[in-house]
Write a protein that binds this ligand. Structure first.
Ligand code: 15L
Length: 265
């Protein structure tokens, strides 16, 4: 029988891609979101509505699972008050539930959809590894950096295995010049998720969620350790138009760095 996975954020864009794709690979899925799943349920999947800010609901959701793909929460820049519940409490509740499994069960592996907005304030063209210091471009990126740091602590202190996917721009196709560096094809996203699920051991790992783009800015990470080998390259869509104002074009995080930026002017 296939592994039992919990997928949070199942009703979001990436969740709706991953749910049928993972079901087709033979995984059993417990899908969750705060809003209804809008598509027909894939074979072997069930849907459980849950608010990530509710610790008890998250604990019930994870009971007995083999791994959790945590794609839930707010996925764009928002004021602090809107980020704190879904993102900060949410990822904390996921890890707290993972470290206290049901009797007779192992701790599930946590695979966290992190983001390039953890480093969004580096200038474009700067080559980065996952060891470079965080430069988040807002509260959303800060919540992702918190999730990565929480994963470090949860492995060191409690042995919860975890993989953080520092996703660039996960889209069917790149649409603007920035994506020549940041694009993650959906086929590579699926390869990345399966590598994170199937690696024999992960400890605490951080992997850039990016395709094999000739123009990528992101290099050193734990991809080889988990066996992720991307196959797509945004260069075949070049040239693509530049978008946005000067600040948007200056930073790796693009419009997130420019949003609500009081130094602009
Ligand atoms: C993200 O983290 C967002 O969730 C997504 O909507 C895109 O904006 C992406 O980053 C990106 O940077 O392109």
């Amino acid at each position: 029988m296939g592994k039992l996975l919990v997928l949070t954020g199942a009703s979001g864009t990436l969740g709706r891609f991953l749910a049928p794709a993972l079901a087709a690979q033979g995984y059993r899925l417990r899908l969750s979101d705060i809003v209804a799943f809008p598509d027909p349920l894939p074979e072997g999947a069930s849907f459980h509505p849950a608010d990530l800010a509710d610790a008890g609901a998250v604990a019930d959701l994870l009971a007995g699972c083999d791994a959790v793909l945590h794609f839930g929460g707010i996925s764009v820049e928002k004021p602090w008050a809107q980020i704190v519940g879904p993102n900060l409490l949410g990822v904390t509740h996921i890890f707290e539930a993972a470290r206290t499994p049901l009797p007779g069960h192992r701790m599930p592996r946590v695979i966290f959809a992190s983001s390039n907005h953890t480093i969004g304030f580096y200038e474009r063209g700067t080559v980065l590894s996952t060891d470079d210091p965080y430069r988040t471009d807002g509260y959303y990126g800060l919540s992702k950096a918190y999730g990565e740091l929480l994963g470090r602590m949860m492995f060191d202190k409690h042995g919860v295995e975890n993989v953080h996917l520092r996703i660039g721009s996960a889209l069917p196709a790149p649409t603007e010049a920035r994506h020549l560096a940041t694009w993650l094809s959906l086929a590579d996203l699926l390869r990345l998720v399966i590598a994170a699920l199937e690696a024999a051991q992960t400890g605490h790992a951080i992997v850039w969620g990016v395709s094999a783009n000739q123009g990528r800015w992101w290099q050193g990470d734990d991809a080889a350790r988990i066996g992720y080998v991307p196959q797509d390259d945004a260069a075949r869509f070049a040239p693509l138009p530049e978008r946005g104002d000067a600040l948007t074009r200056q930073y790796q995080g693009g419009s997130f760095a420019a949003q609500d930026n009081s130094r602009a002017g």
